[in-house]
Design a protein around this ligand. Structure first.
Ligand SMILES: *[C@@H]1O[C@H](CO)[C@@H](O)[C@H](O)[C@H]1NC(C)=O
Ligand SMILES: *[C@@H]1O[C@H](CO)[C@@H](O)[C@H](O)[C@H]1NC(C)=O
Ligand SMILES: *[C@@H]1O[C@H](CO)[C@@H](O)[C@H](O)[C@H]1NC(C)=O
Ligand SMILES: *[C@@H]1O[C@H](CO)[C@@H](O)[C@H](O)[C@H]1NC(C)=O
Ligand SMILES: *[C@@H]1O[C@H](CO)[C@@H](O)[C@H](O)[C@H]1NC(C)=O
Ligand SMILES: *[C@@H]1O[C@H](CO)[C@@H](O)[C@H](O)[C@H]1NC(C)=O
Ligand SMILES: *[C@@H]1O[C@H](CO)[C@@H](O)[C@H](O)[C@H]1NC(C)=O
Ligand SMILES: *[C@@H]1O[C@H](CO)[C@@H](O)[C@H](O)[C@H]1NC(C)=O
Ligand SMILES: *[C@@H]1O[C@H](CO)[C@@H](O)[C@H](O)[C@H]1NC(C)=O
Ligand SMILES: *[C@@H]1O[C@H](CO)[C@@H](O)[C@H](O)[C@H]1NC(C)=O
Ligand SMILES: *[C@@H]1O[C@H](CO)[C@@H](O)[C@H](O)[C@H]1NC(C)=O
Ligand SMILES: *[C@@H]1O[C@H](CO)[C@@H](O)[C@H](O)[C@H]1NC(C)=O
Length: 549
């Protein structure tokens, strides 16, 4: 039968009401992750725009942005990474006290601006880490462009002694699989993994003798930080992993789904609003990830390399994608991931700094909210302190995604994260009875939402937002004229579980118990807990609800 438009609409209507039935398996992931899973990567040349240009002029909004993340994951230090092409191309000058960063070749490619810097940079990084509750830890890039470079060990020593406990690991070499195509090994037709191993021997031996002593004694080197052309499994099994296993702390990768380096690109926004594509992307290097003997870290990623794509990277859709991809990485063996940010004006940035060091005037971009959501999902109220396991719930509909987050020790479910990529219509998710440990039958649903997937600013997280807020401090969404996705307690104590509604587009974090006041807030009495009726309908689910598993 050829359906008329009206007949089609009549058939389609009941389906729209069907809830996606969630089934919560035992976790199969073997990788424990912490609430600080999703960190921020900064391109070296532009740290002054965010951290400020001296310890006396750290922009308060930047500290507020970091503190929001820290309060969502109080038990683990924030992850910050300083690196990128520009770090590989820059020089440490022990005598340089001012400026913080000296741009030595302003004519250089915008994607790779070399600078010189001195000890004040590490004083600044330490001060910022100390200002954030729970602290921060840094990944610091070290160049491998000239393996026998005498500057590299001097920089490593300065970073190690300057950062102390705030030092996490050194990323030795940035994307060496691009050295050939970027012309960084002009004498070699093809820079190979064997060449790389030789270079690693030279560079690590030089790290035995730095102003801070033998850096290798700290066992905090990371690599191979490949992005594109090499196979991780081949690098690991080439002898590299075995040769340097005593030095290595992390196995690092950097990967973008596409690039915008040459003025054209492959995928439109729809690509990012599709969970199937997220899974495919996260399966990159899966064999190597299995072969890794150290925690695997995505030390740089974002929606598109070379600055992102205006109209895609700066949308709410990209924020949803970032959260989905981060949780997917957590479920397939990554231990951490760092979302990259660059100079003001770049479309994938988390926040836009004003052109001067004013204490206000910052603009929050959608991807920032993904970090808040992921740290909350992985550790709300300190519950993730002992680590969590993340599991894809395999909903089987690319316009939706679901994850369960478990306590890694007890395997109790700590939260569910539910994605609805649809641009206009809410989705119902049916929670089975007893998802969470007994005694916590009521659940709270905290929603990240925006009016449309293309929205750039009007984003709310629970009942709060950073829309039109210049100082990085969350305010009530209502006061900025936003509806707010909400943060509501739902009675899930009925025999058949309950339904949770997630607006389209939107992402919900569902956690046991009543609405929590924000850390630093005025306490639980502020929170409003509603009966289920308005938001979710308690159903005798059983076989009555159409499953979509
Ligand atoms: C801006 O930076 C200058 C120079 O670093 C400093 O003197 C001034 O106090 C800063 N202003 C603010 C508002 O931070
Ligand atoms: C900054 O770099 C430029 C170009 O290399 C150089 O001429 C200048 O002396 C440097 N300034 C400082 C303060 O190091
Ligand atoms: C590295 O530099 C030192 C000092 O110049 C030199 O003795 C050594 O042979 C060089 N090593 C390599 C592998 O080029
Ligand atoms: C270069 O070497 C890599 C392995 O290191 C290999 O995968 C690639 O095919 C080689 N390319 C050429 C053009 O020989
Ligand atoms: C490096 O790894 C290769 C391959 O596993 C091995 O043959 C070689 O002995 C190792 N070299 C050192 C110095 O450990
Ligand atoms: C730091 O200096 C750079 C270069 O002069 C400038 O663009 C940036 O706005 C400064 N950062 C702050 C926070 O003022
Ligand atoms: C973490 O583990 C310790 C020791 O087993 C336990 O006492 C504590 O309650 C756990 N904390 C959380 C948040 O699970
Ligand atoms: C999601 O992407 C896959 C593969 O790219 C495609 O086959 C599928 O139709 C897409 N689904 C939706 C809902 O866009
Ligand atoms: C989402 O919905 C808005 C408002 O209806 C519309 O303008 C926009 O084109 C839609 N975007 C996509 C990617 O479907
Ligand atoms: C669930 O919420 C309802 C309504 O707020 C409340 O009466 C009930 O005591 C709560 N149940 C639990 C186990 O907290
Ligand atoms: C969030 O906003 C909704 C709608 O305005 C309201 O019903 C609810 O009580 C608020 N929740 C909190 C935690 O403030
Ligand atoms: C949050 O944590 C505090 C301290 O551990 C605890 O007293 C409170 O019951 C927790 N709230 C929820 C909703 O789990």
């Amino acid at each position: 039968m050829r359906l008329t438009r009206a007949a089609y609409a009549a058939c389609a209507a009941p389906l729209a009401l069907a809830a996606t039935q969630l089934s919560i398996p035992s976790p199969s992931s073997k990788t424990t992750v912490y609430p600080n899973f999703l960190g921020i990567s900064f391109e070296l040349s532009f740290v002054g725009n965010y951290f400020g240009n001296s310890t006396d002029a750290i922009p308060a909004p930047f500290l507020a942005y970091l503190s929001n993340l820290a309060s969502a994951s109080p038990s683990t230090p924030l992850r910050l990474r300083i690196g990128g092409n520009s770090m590989d191309d820059s020089t440490y000058v022990p005598s340089q006290t001012n400026p913080l960063l000296n741009f030595t070749n302003p004519q250089a490619n915008a994607n790779d601006q070399p600078v010189t810097f001195g000890p004040p940079l590490f004083e600044l990084f330490s001060k910022v880490a100390g200002e954030v509750s729970g602290g921060a830890q840094y990944l610091i890039g070290l160049s491998l462009r000239y393996p026998n470079d005498t500057n590299m060990p001097v920089l490593a020593g300065a970073a190690q002694s300057g950062l102390g406990n705030y030092m996490d690991a050194f990323l030795l070499g940035n994307e060496p699989d691009l050295y050939t195509s970027h012309g960084q090994r002009p004498n070699l037709q093809n820079y190979t993994v064997n060449d790389y191993i030789g270079d690693y021997w030279v560079a690590t031996e030089n790290l035995e003798n730095t102003p801070a002593g033998n850096i290798l004694n700290n066992h905090n080197i990371a690599g191979p930080t490949i992005c594109c052309d090499w196979d991780l499994d081949a690098v690991l099994t080439s002898g590299w992993q075995g040769n340097f296993s005593d030095d290595l702390k992390y196995i690092t990768l950097q990967h973008y789904p596409q690039n915008n380096c040459f003025g054209s690109y492959q995928y439109q926004l729809n690509y990012y609003l599709n969970h199937t594509n997220v899974k495919t992307l996260a399966s990159w290097q899966s064999q190597g990830i299995q072969a890794a003997a150290k925690p695997v870290v995505m030390s740089e990623f974002n929606s598109a390399s070379c600055g992102g794509i205006p109209g895609i990277s700066d949308t709410f859709g990209a924020a949803m994608w970032t959260a989905d991809y981060a949780l997917q990485m957590a479920s397939v063996g990554y231990s951490a991931a760092y979302l990259h940010t660059r100079e003001p004006g770049i479309s994938y940035n988390l926040f836009e700094a004003p052109s001067s060091n004013a204490s206000s005037g910052w603009t929050t971009m959608p991807p920032y909210y993904s970090l808040l959501l992921v740290s909350t999902a992985l550790g709300l109220n300190g519950t993730g302190a002992n680590g969590t396991l993340v599991q894809d719930l395999e909903l089987g509909d690319a316009s939706q995604a679901g994850y369960a987050v478990y306590n890694a020790v007890s395997r109790d479910v700590l939260s569910l994260v539910l994605f609805n990529y649809q641009n206009a219509s809410a989705a119902q998710f049916a929670l089975p009875q007893d998802v969470f440990p007994s005694g916590s039958e009521n659940v709270t649903v905290k929603v990240l939402s925006a009016p449309t997937v293309t929205e750039g600013y009007k984003v709310s997280w629970g009942n709060e937002t950073l829309y039109q807020v210049g100082d990085g401090k969350l305010v009530a969404a209502g006061s900025e004229g936003l509806q707010g996705g909400g943060e509501l307690t739902v009675d899930c104590s009925g025999g058949g579980g309950c339904n949770v509604s997630v607006p389209g587009p939107g992402v919900a974090v569902v956690y046991p118990g009543e609405v929590l006041a924000r850390p630093g807030g005025t306490g639980k009495s502020d929170a409003v807990s509603l009966r289920a009726s308005a938001w979710a309908v308690v159903l005798g689910l059983g076989s009555a609800v159409l499953g979509m598993i």
